[in-house]
Design a protein around this ligand. Structure first.
Ligand SMILES: [Zn+2]
Length: 790
């Protein structure tokens, strides 16, 4: 059996087992056999592949053996696949019953002992599609329709013509089928198990060929203590400055292109590493949000240093030190798969320390000028790019055509120009093609020149092109177009009549019926305690399949679901996603919509993660004039996010520090408080706009803050005095004079806050911050700007 076959068999082995266990209802086994015989892609492999796919590991061998094979010695490939199967999941149980269990959400399992989730949540047994990714409570779950899934899988499988399609078909159909039939451990999908199993299998095969492991050692894999694997981690730094250090006039035309370029740059570096180490798609355990993990055989260790230096040299030449990819790895033995989360954390720490020794691998001394820039900068005025500052002896400079105002003789370099073109290509992209090239010029005039130095180039298009290797964007029906696979991501941009909307127009879109501030909202959010969730959250079962399941499911929300929430709420012309991936999101948009977005996105994230109290995100939200420098608003928003994540040291009794807040207009609130701010704002808005109150009412409500303060404080301590609420109505007397009903509504709102607190909420849901009233008033003021009274 050759290397390719080991890989395919590793991927398909558990699917074979599944079909075999379901073969009573339909003749799946013969259908798959006929596909393997007649499909051109599979034909190039010999018959032993079939045997490997249907061979089950030793615990159940007897059951199936008599059906397919003669009894006999296990082949080498069987030994490799069995060992890989064993290492991929720590639960060694196999398919025993034929009832189809459903996949439990892995988010219910994070810090399971402490998270207090008493409901069971499962995924619908349906193909991967953004409509199906939310977990459902057990009593609302439709029964599993595994037969339907398998029939559709086999129908598509018969048309495949390249290896990558197989990988993506497995993801599409088996992302929500549990790998194990044990009730206690059904949170690993068959896809994640098969993927990691194939990655381990091909690594073991390479180790065997390099004479680092013997057949008998393979048979006793759990006791083999010599290093056999490498876990490689890469992390891109310089992202924020690279994207945002651009003049504001250019912002909407460049930001997206720049952030998407970084995304694709990492995709292509990952492809380059996989190609150089002769690995497979499955070896990429994770890639998103500026960082990646790759599993490789230990025998490739020697190749890594050269690879790292090569990557750094190319990046240095292309970006003069603005972008740095820190890469490091650890070697580990088979038995360490039992505690894979620890390896995940360990290599991450190593990579962090590489960042403190940036550019060491290329020789800091020799490249000092390249990294820190030549000393002659700022001599002649017109020989530098006005966006990135590169001089004309590094890249071609041209007059910047897009500026036709006062600074008409400003120059732009060809690379910055190409990011503007990329932004334009993205606005209605449905396909991404990534193809190989030998065009390695070492001159980096455009982004594709940089990527070509890694052996690839790419292009986006709205319709299908003639390229070989195309991915369908945000749509898993890729086989109908003969694509290689699919990709989720926030690719599209707000547009109007096929023209991209500018930031000024986004700011204008905040104005409703002539009312409201013409401003931009800037939002940055990311998952709290992500490192701890991965390294400690999985508790007892710390297998590789579980870690990859968790990271894939987390990415699906930020890369996939974000598109759905924007479209469903008709925010397509109001929200500009600068980036969203891994565990974080950065968006710019109409300020009032951004607030609604933050609230809804949070609500859906909580639902997606089964209301696990340890899986939350925090956010920073700023509101700025549309022409305020984008790099400054980005930094300020980053500061707001830091502010939101400030830990309350009075609460250090939990497994992770609880953050889970949003900083809005410089004040930090919890998400329940944000909800209340919004409902008070809605009430006030209605009073001002529809009920004919002057804006004077806002001042009057603001004054009620003081009276409410004591009542609110009392309520958080379980104290409620009717008399005080009566006094509050005194503070609202000016409102009352005009309209009894309005005052009543406000009082009701305050009262419901008090009752909310009195019904014993957890600290995260307690409404503590009296600034909710000034914030609601401020929000209403901004939303009613320019409203003509009378
Ligand atoms: Zn430039």
């Amino acid at each position: 059996m050759n290397r390719e076959e080991i890989y395919i068999a590793g991927l398909m082995n558990d699917i074979g087992k599944l079909l075999n266990s379901k073969n009573d209802n339909y003749d799946y086994v013969n259908k798959l056999k006929s596909i393997l015989k007649n499909n051109q892609f599979f034909q190039k492999f010999n018959n032993s592949l079939l045997k490997e796919i249907f061979t089950v590991n030793s615990s159940q061998q007897n059951m199936v053996e008599s059906v397919f094979f003669d009894k006999g010695e296990k082949s080498l490939s069987q030994k490799i696949i069995d060992a890989a199967d064993f290492l991929s999941t720590s639960n060694k149980e196999d398919l025993k019953d034929k009832d189809s269990l459903q996949l439990r959400s892995i988010f219910t399992e994070i810090f399971k002992k402490e998270n207090n989730i008493d409901e069971d949540y499962f995924y619908p047994t349906k193909k991967l599609d953004l409509n199906n990714i939310f977990p459902v409570k057990k009593d609302k779950l439709e029964s599993a329709d595994l037969d339907n899934l398998i029939i559709n899988f086999l129908n598509e499988l018969k048309n495949i013509n390249r290896e990558e399609q197989l990988y993506f078909l497995l993801e599409k159909y088996f992302w929500s089928v549990p790998a194990s039939k044990s009730q206690s451990n059904s949170d690993i999908s068959l896809f994640d198990h098969s993927k990691t199993k194939a990655a381990i299998a091909i690594s073991l095969y390479d180790q065997y060929k390099a004479e680092k492991i013997t057949e008998s050692e393979l048979e006793d894999i759990s006791n083999f203590k010599k290093d056999q694997f490498i876990l490689l981690n890469g992390d891109l730094s310089g992202i924020q400055d690279f994207i945002f250090n651009i003049p504001s006039k250019k912002a909407s035309k460049s930001l997206k292109g720049r952030s998407m370029y970084l995304n694709l740059l990492l995709d292509i570096i990952v492809k380059y590493i996989v190609e150089e180490l002769d690995l497979k798609e499955s070896n990429i355990l994770y890639n998103g949000g500026g960082n990646f993990y790759i599993l490789a055989p230990e025998s490739k260790k020697e190749d890594l240093n050269g690879l790292k230096t090569g990557i750094s040299k190319k990046l240095l030449a292309a970006h003069q030190g603005d972008l740095y990819l820190a890469v490091d790895s650890i070697c580990f033995a088979p038995h360490e798969f039992d505690n894979f989360t620890e390896l995940w954390g360990k290599v991450k720490i190593k990579v962090e320390s590489v960042k403190h020794r940036k550019w060491n691998e290329v020789g800091l001394k020799d490249n000092f000028n390249k990294i820190f820039g030549p000393l002659d900068q700022g001599t002649a005025e017109n020989d530098h790019c006005h966006i990135c500052g590169v001089s004309n002896d590094i890249r071609k400079l041209d007059l910047d055509k897009s500026i036709n105002e006062n600074n008409e003789n400003q120059k732009i370099c060809s690379l910055c120009e190409s990011f503007i073109d990329l932004t334009d290509d993205l606005k209605d992209a449905n396909y991404l093609s990534i193809n190989k090239t030998n065009n390695n010029s070492n001159i980096y005039q455009s982004y594709n020149d940089v990527l070509s130095s890694f052996g690839y180039y790419f292009s986006f298009s709205s319709t299908l092109t003639e390229f070989d290797n195309i991915y369908k964007l945000n749509d898993t029906n890729f086989m109908t177009d003969n694509c290689s696979g699919f990709k989720f991501g926030a690719y599209n941009l707000p547009q109007e009549d096929h023209r991209q909307i500018t930031f000024e127009e986004l700011a204008e879109n905040s104005i409703e019926n002539g009312n409201g501030d013409k401003k931009l909202g800037v939002l940055k959010l990311d998952v709290d305690n992500l490192g701890a969730i991965f390294t400690k959250g999985l508790e007892s079962d710390r297998s590789i399949a579980r870690v990859t399941s968790l990271s894939r499911m987390m990415g699906l929300f930020y890369e996939g679901y974000i598109n759905r929430i924007i479209t469903e709420n008709n925010w397509d012309d109001k929200i500009y996603v600068v980036f969203s991936g891994g565990d974080d999101t950065f968006i710019v948009g109409s300020w009032n919509v951004i607030l609604d977005f933050a609230e809804k996105f949070y609500k859906k994230f909580r639902e997606y993660t089964c209301y696990n109290k340890y899986i939350t995100f925090s956010a920073g939200l700023g509101v700025f004039k549309h022409n305020y420098p984008i790099n400054r608003s980005a930094h300020l928003t980053e500061d707001y996010l830091d502010e939101a994540k400030t830990i309350d040291f009075n609460r250090n009794d939990d497994v992770v520090p609880i953050k889970n807040k949003i900083n809005f207009l410089g004040e930090t609130f919890n998400w329940e408080e944000l909800k209340r701010i919004k409902s008070i704002k809605d009430l006030l808005y209605d009073l001002v706009i529809n009920k004919g109150y002057g804006k004077g009412i806002l001042r009057k409500v603001h004054k009620s803050t003081l009276g409410f303060k004591n009542i609110l404080e009392d309520s958080t301590r379980g104290i409620y005095r009717n008399i005080k609420l009566w006094r509050l109505s005194y503070y609202l007397r000016e409102v009352k004079e005009n309209d009894e009903e309005a005052a009543e509504k406000l009082l009701n709102e305050y009262e419901s806050i008090v009752i909310h607190n009195l019904t014993g909420k957890s600290e995260d849901e307690m409404i503590n911050n009296i600034m909710i009233i000034p914030a609601a008033v401020k929000w209403t003021e901004m939303a009613t700007r320019n409203f003509k009274e009378g």
